[in-house]
Structure formats: structure tokens, C-alpha cells
Design a protein around this ligand. Structure first.
Ligand code: NI
Length: 213
């Protein structure tokens, strides 16, 4: 192989890798999107998970407020974390997802105790620390509820590649939120170890997480 050909091959390979990564990200963002109004609630499941895409970082530092009003960061929870983005007024998907996280931890027994479950609000306007406190205790005694300023939440959403936007429900004066609903398993050093969808069961999650601890 001559030098020029090798160079060209390398460049083509890199372009292909970038195209793949971008394609996977788009697939990822579409795959977990839920519609809380119940319209177009079909979950599009395509594309590989970002965990399989080299160079695409998912998850990272955040700076938020916990349900007791304390300023916290990702470093406040040094062990394994199961992170979920949602909001307390979500009628269906978030409660189901949070119940599943609680069941997963229970199924894992002693192993589950090393994992901190965390809900990060995509609706900081309504989800104050006090509202989060009332909400999280309904699901799991160790579930942490984090909220923050609009900027803090947007920054956390960005690092986890979360899609969230307001929608108006014509039936009420209240707005709802469309948002992606993945559960992220994060390692103590902040790496994404697993990504779970609405369609995953607590049993399959518990099994997969046990293998990854
Ligand atoms: Ni929701």
C-alpha cells in the first residue's frame, strides 16, 4: 500500500466513525423520547446506545440542589449511581420508571445497597426541593431528588444528552414535559456503564447491573 492511499483510507475511516457516532446519537435521542400527553407516544427504538460509541461521552459533572435544599454535585455521590431524568407531575412514564428502579435495587439485595438512585428534574420551575422531597419518598427510601436553576438543569441535561421540552396540554392550563426516559448506570468515576430503556424489566436490569459492578 502506498503512503497516499494509506492516508486516504485513514481519513475515510475517521469520517465514517464520525458519521456513525452522529447517527447513533440521533438514534439515541429519538429512542428514549416519551410524550407525556399520550399523543404520539410510540417509542422509536433504533440506533446503538452511546455506550457502544467510542468518543461519545454521556454523563458528567453536575451541580444541583437536593431535596433537603443542600447544594450538591456528582461528587456528593461517590459510588455507583442509577440516574433518571423526569418530573414530579409526570402522569405515567416517570412513576413507572422510578418504581422499576426501586424494584431493581430490591432485587439486587445487598449489591443494590452500593448504588445511589437519583432523579434529576427536567421541570425545575415546579419541582422545588420541597416538592422533590415529597415525591421521591414515595418510591424508595434512598431515592435522591435533585433540582436546580434552569441553567443548572440544562447543563445536566446536556451532559446526559437528555431531551426535554415543555408541551401544552389543551385539556388543562398546566404544561407537561416531553423528555427522554433512559436510566443511566454510572460508575464511581463517572463513566456510563449501562443504559436502560422503558422496555427493560427490573429483572433484566438487576441481572445486567450485577454483571457490571
Ligand atoms: Ni416523565
Amino acid at each position: 500500500m502506498n503512503e497516499q492511499f494509506k492516508k486516504r483510507l485513514k481519513r475515510t475511516g475517521m469520517l465514517a466513525a464520525v458519521a456513525l457516532a452522529v447517527g447513533a446519537m440521533i438514534g439515541f435521542m429519538q429512542a428514549g423520547t416519551q410524550n407525556n400527553t399520550g399523543k404520539n407516544a410510540t417509542v422509536i427504538d433504533k440506533g446503538s446506545t452511546p455506550a457502544a460509541v467510542p468518543g461519545v461521552q454521556v454523563g458528567g459533572p453536575f451541580s444541583l440542589t437536593d431535596q433537603d435544599g443542600n447544594a450538591v454535585t456528582d461528587k456528593s455521590y461517590p459510588g455507583y449511581k442509577l440516574v433518571y431524568f423526569g418530573f414530579t407531575m409526570c402522569p405515567m412514564i416517570c412513576p413507572t420508571g422510578l418504581q422499576k428502579i426501586a424494584k431493581t435495587l430490591d432485587l439486587m439485595g445487598k449489591d443494590g445497597e452500593s448504588i445511589t438512585p437519583i432523579l434529576i428534574s427536567v421541570d425545575p420551575e415546579r419541582d422545588t426541593p420541597a416538592v422533590m422531597k415529597e415525591y421521591v419518598k414515595q418510591f424508595h427510601p434512598r431515592l435522591v431528588g435533585l433540582t436546580g436553576t434552569k441553567e443548572q438543569i440544562e447543563s445536566a441535561e446536556k451532559s446526559y444528552r437528555v431531551f426535554a421540552s415543555k408541551t401544552q396540554d389543551e385539556a388543562t392550563t398546566e404544561y407537561s414535559m416531553d423528555h427522554s426516559s433512559f436510566t443511566y448506570l454510572m460508575s464511581p468515576d463517572g463513566q456510563l456503564l449501562g443504559l436502560y430503556r422503558d422496555s427493560d424489566t427490573a429483572e433484566s436490569m438487576a441481572e445486567d447491573i450485577k454483571n457490571k459492578l
